[in-house]
Design a protein around this ligand. Sequence first.
Ligand code: PSU
Ligand code: MN
Length: 308
Amino acid sequence: MSAMQQLSVHPEVADALAAGRPVVALESTIISHGMPFPQNVEMATEVEGIVRANGAVPATIAVIDGVCLVGLSAEQLHHLATVGGVFKATTRDLPWLIAAGRTGATTVAATMRLAALAGIRVFATGGIGGVHRGAADSFDISADLTELGITPVAVVSAGVKSILDIGLTLERLETLGVPVVVNGSDEFPSFYSRTSGHPAPRRLDGPAELARHLHATWDQLGLTCGISIANPIPATDEIPADEISAHIEAALVDLTAQGIEGQDVTPFLLKTVVERTGGRSLVANLALVRNNAATAAQIAVEYARLRA
Ligand code: PSU
Ligand code: MN
């Protein structure tokens, strides 16, 4: 059985791909483990609309009852946002979800892999995983980075949250051969803030230039890696780095105190930061996801033009 047979591609998405029209993949861990209900389902629905308004077809990716879905119906999206016991799934979890017939929300890594299998090249999310602080002892490095090294999908994010070690994450991406390009800024952004103290590894300005990078990477050079596109949060929505850092430090203390480990680490930190900022971080999170969805759709439109 081929990989494609375990993949259920929504007809609208399949039609767009067959015709070479732009499609943008969206992840589902942000829905089930990244934001509380009902903001999660509102965000997911709104973001699909933003992708459409910018000329591309949205394809939210998840696994329901062992079937890998590329493009969800409104009912499936609501199911995923509300039902209990949804597994957080990275790439290595996909075979288990299929074999056991279970339901899982896909991380950046698993979403990239399923998107690539379906033929989707552009993906919008909030933030990517990376090298955790203290990774020298915990070895905790997100499989998102591994996937970026081997799977040809461009991931538009707002950079890396300082719950992670941003400098080590950038080092790891360099080692893995992943291009890291910041859209319209000379500094790598840190999710809530436009700044991080780390310079942009590379900079390009706007969707047309970014689409040329996708074209050069895959079509002209034949590289097989992913691309990390960091899209800084709009200035009007940002939370200054020094304001958010106290909350992040406190969340990290909570993490250690409660002995949270493994794949629960990132969801715990995301939830704790939301609680500690009294929801302010959620407002910024929503704003940057909207911004990334628009940018990703514009890149997908320009890239489809280059390949036509
Ligand atoms: N960072 C965020 N928001 C998120 C995530 C990370 O700011 O929702 C989610 C994404 O799905 C990402 C995953 O792929 O967490 C990474 O988890 P881990 O660190 O366990 O690899
Ligand atoms: Mn981890």
